[in-house]
Ligand binder design. Structure first.
Ligand SMILES: [Zn+2]
Length: 318
């Protein structure tokens, strides 16, 4: 029997996760995890990749010869052909050759993709995008990214960076964004945006149950914390979540009008944990998009959760 195992790696700013995946069924056979230190030495980053790969193979208890390849989804911009991480701000590495050294070390093909792209691939093959040829996955985290599936395949765009919905400008004179522009969607609708609005509210003297939970260094609140605050009726957090969700809905309506997808799949911790955020965003899309593309649209939550990155990355090996 032909082997269908591949290793998928989710290479993020805070951790590297690897798993052995059955690429026929999407089953995750084993996983292993290692922290990525900020701005680590490039050799150390590569060493961590090897450690998680070896860990996942060992955990899976299958012979390494049965693994047909390694797929890596990395948080940053990549050169897919050369397997190079061009720019990885959160990982602290630029122009890092990833695929070639690993291919030499393990003697199998290694493919590199971007993290949003591989999570979208995971949803396409085994998640909320199964049997759907035209959809857009939108992942809300500290920022907002999206992956576009057109006629059953990823749409990359001419420089391979299509899908940067988070940098759609909603307000030209709005809040400054990390990208250098002002008023980008992600400065209004992401988890970071919510945390910043909560901090602003606290500074204006508004009471909230989450004041002690804010990570001042990163300006972040965990999705779970936000969900609990909404459940207990915290007025500041509830208002900030609703505002952010409405802005997300505005961004999604732009996608609907422009691309006319059959489906939008929403993922990320905020979507999964904070029901109010999801509900308000969905309602807002319906109110803002054009009636004809809106009538054919359905919106779903992503299905693969934390493992979308690993499972999707393994699907790069085809
Ligand atoms: Zn921006």
């Amino acid at each position: 029997m032909a082997d269908n195992y591949a290793i998928g790696i989710d290479f993020g700013g805070t951790k590297v996760l690897a798993g052995v995946v059955n690429t026929k069924t999407g089953e995750l056979v084993a996983t292993s995890k290692k922290k990525t230190k900020q701005a680590g030495e490039q050799q150390q980053l590569m060493r961590r990749l090897s450690i998680v790969i070896d860990g996942a193979i060992e955990e899976a208890g299958i012979d390494a010869s049965r693994i047909k390849g390694i797929g890596i989804g990395v948080a940053g911009m990549v050169d897919r052909e050369k397997g190079i991480l061009l720019s990885g701000v959160n990982i602290g590495a630029n122009n890092l050759k990833i695929a070639e050294p690993l291919a030499e070390q393990y003697g199998i093909p290694v493919k590199l993709g971007n993290d949003v792209e591989v999570a979208t691939l995971g949803e396409l093959h085994f998640g909320a995008g199964k049997k759907c040829d035209n959809f857009v996955c939108v992942f809300v985290g500290t920022g907002i990214g999206s992956g576009i599936i057109s006629n059953g395949a990823i749409y990359y765009g001419s420089t391979g960076t299509a899908g940067e919905i988070g940098h759609t400008v909603l307000f030209p004179n709005g809040r400054p964004c990390n990208c250098g522009a002002y008023g980008c969607l992600e400065t209004y609708a992401s988890r970071m945006a919510i945390a910043r609005q909560v901090v602003a509210g606290i500074k204006r003297g508004q009471k909230t149950s989450v004041a002690a939970e804010i990570d001042e260094t990163k300006g972040l609140l965990r999705s779970r914390t936000l969900a609990q605050a909404v459940e207990t009726g915290d007025p500041l957090v509830t208002r900030c979540v609703i505002d952010a969700a409405k802005h997300l809905g505005t961004g999604l309506a732009t996608i609907v009008n422009f691309l006319n997808p059959e489906r939008i799949i929403l993922g990320g911790g905020l979507v999964e944990e904070v029901g109010l955020y999801y509900d308000v965003a969905v309602q807002e899309v319906g109110q803002l998009c054009l009636p004809i593309p809106g009538s054919a649209l359905n919106i779903k939550k992503a299905k693969l959760g934390d493992f979308a990155g690993i499972i999707g990355a393994a699907m790069l090996v085809q």
